[in-house]
Design a protein around this ligand. Structure first.
Ligand code: GLN
Length: 547
């Protein structure tokens, strides 16, 4: 039978609830349990797909094509279980499901209410996320509720998880609350009052936490731990300190040393082998041992908010670890780059990267950055939009197609080398993807797809014969231009198996040491243990160029 750990947050957001939850999951996994993580988002959007990366950070994409909260990225990087569509849901999805049932008459004339209908639906979604009754059923599901206790919008979620504590058999549920213990520099004191209040609020709702994770700038001293324990009715050994770590991979050990996993196993009646955190210790050691530094220029428009490129940053760090290097990411605002200043802004970097993105702003700057990378023979990695701008740059400056562009940025371009499929599809009808601008949430190519990789290419040396990666984009390389691009020297090294859409473009080794653009998002599949073959090769190229 599946057991649940419900994780809530208090005082303020951005304390690292996702990392804390993922760390607990990692420890439990190391104890031989089958674990998953589920994120409940109290906002009304159906998913974060249409939300601004400035507000919400990255949209993480799962293999099955769901656009989810970026915490699912942490989950996949911390545990072996892969995330699916059912691992993240929002108030919007709950209401949509309840309203569909109401229209079908499933409620048999009853008044449909928050309690019990919404709360029951939340409980069903949680059980679905845990795979209850399926072959994927887990031993422990760690269920994280977004936001902070006291928010109006999260009340139905907290009520639902409170009810599970009494509906399920004894020893099925544990409650963990993440709180903040601020340091007041004027008084030179750590303050426990916000923690006392947030736990009071939680207990008002009917949830008594079994453990408190106290985020603070440094380890919370014994005296404050005792005080927090007394005022919150949490046993002293359940009051756990989570101080700022140099490396997030230190968090599993930090929690384990203070007994969090033993407490949870006790509470849930799980008799399992002890934790083995060697893989985490090795990672921390590798990170600390890295001596060289690689400087990457990341040219994008969401540069002021690094959560917008969360998985990408992590993938670069992982690849650095694999190459024994620290990766220093220098964000360059694409709007600041022009053809006459690109060399000045980009020189001094070991490699250039253009990440994914939407909309016209900053596009010319990205094209100028690609041109600089191509002409200066600096290693270049283009991801999604980064592949599209590499294609546009090549079409304009090598093939000589003046005004070439993506139809996304210039509907009137004489050469739409990147376009919506409907804009260039001819009569043969073999392409299955449809676009409908009226439904922004449902028109993208999303999730995992496979492509054959051409032998003898750079891509083949990285991936072998087959590449399977995740997608999230609307526009595609226009097949009508492929011949002209190839004749001028652009190598199309992978095409999708089904529709023969361009997946990878590159420059031959004779022309450029390392230049590759991919239509997919490899960053979603990088792990701290193995890195990711494409990023590992990219960082290796950046380092060899340096030497
Ligand atoms: N805006 C481009 C498209 O929709 C690229 C998307 C991306 O980079 N994720 O095709």
């Amino acid at each position: 039978m599946t057991k649940y750990v419900f994780v809530t947050g208090g005082v303020v957001s951005s304390l690292g609830k996702g990392v804390a939850s993922a760390s607990l999951a990692a420890i439990l996994e190391s104890r031989g349990l089958k674990v998953t993580l589920i994120k409940l988002d109290p906002y009304i959007n159906i998913d974060p797909g249409t939300m601004s990366p400035f507000q919400h950070g990255e949209v993480f994409v799962t293999d099955d094509g769901a656009e989810t909260d970026l915490d699912l990225g942490h989950y996949e990087r911390f545990i072996d279980t892969k995330m699916k569509r059912t691992n993240n849901f929002t108030t919007g999805q709950i209401y949509q499901s309840v309203l569909d049932k109401e229209r079908r008459g499933d409620y048999l004339g009853k008044t449909v209410q928050v309690i019990p209908h919404i709360t029951n639906e939340i409980q069903d979604f949680i059980k679905r996320g845990a795979g209850v009754g399926t072959p994927d059923e887990v031993d422990v599901a760690i269920v994280e509720t977004g936001g902070t206790v006291g928010d109006i919008e999260s009340l139905p979620f907290l009520e639902a998880v409170r009810q599970l504590g009494i509906k399920l058999p004894p020893k099925s549920c544990a409650y963990v609350h993440l709180t903040y213990v601020p340091w007041i520099s004027a008084a030179k004191e750590l303050k426990t009052k916000p923690t006392q209040h947030t736990v009071q609020k939680l207990r008002e709702i009917g949830i008594q936490p079994d453990a408190l994770l106290c985020r603070a700038d440094f380890r919370v001293p014994e005296e404050e731990i005792e005080k927090i324990s007394l005022f919150t009715n949490v046993q002293k050994w359940g009051v756990i300190s989570v101080w700022n770590a140099d490396v997030i991979y230190e968090v599993p050990r930090m929690l384990h040393e203070q007994g969090l996993d033993s407490l949870i196993c006790d509470k849930l009646g799980l008799h399992v082998r002890p934790a083995n955190l060697k893989r985490w210790d090795d990672l921390v050691a590798a990170k600390k041992a890295a001596t060289k530094t690689v400087r990457i220029a990341m040219v994008g428009k969401y540069v002021d908010y690094s959560d917008s490129y969360k998985s990408l940053n992590e993938a670069l760090v992982h690849a650095g670890l694999k190459n024994g290097a620290m990766v220093d990411i220098h964000y360059v605002d694409s709007e600041s780059i022009r053809s006459d200043n690109s060399a000045e802004l980009l020189k001094g970097h070991d490699a250039i990267l253009v990440p994914g993105g939407f909309g016209e702003r900053g596009i010319e700057g990205k094209i100028a950055a690609v041109r600089y990378a191509r002409e200066s023979k600096t290693p270049y990695l283009g991801i999604c939009l980064g592949m599209q701008v590499a294609t546009i740059e090549f079409a304009r400056h090598v093939v000589g197609l003046t005004g070439a562009n993506s139809a996304e940025f210039d509907a009137q371009t004489p050469h739409p080398v990147i376009a919506l499929i409907d804009e260039w599809k001819d009569a043969d009808g073999s392409i299955q993807i449809r676009t409908a601008a009226s439904n922004l949430g449902g028109t993208m190519r999303k999730g995992a797809q496979s492509s054959d990789v051409k032998a003898g290419t750079l891509a083949h040396s990285i991936y072998g014969d087959l590449v399977t990666e995740r997608h999230r984009h609307r526009y595609e390389a226009n097949v009508d231009y492929l011949e002209r691009l190839q004749a001028a020297g652009l190598v199309i090294s992978a095409l999708t198996q089904r529709e023969k859409l361009t997946e990878i473009v590159e420059l031959p080794k004779t022309v450029h040491p390392w230049f590759i653009g991919v239509q997919f998002h490899p960053e979603f599949k990088s792990t701290p243990w193995d890195g990711h073959p494409l990023f590992n090769a990219y960082i290796a190229a950046a380092m060899s160029d340096k030497a």
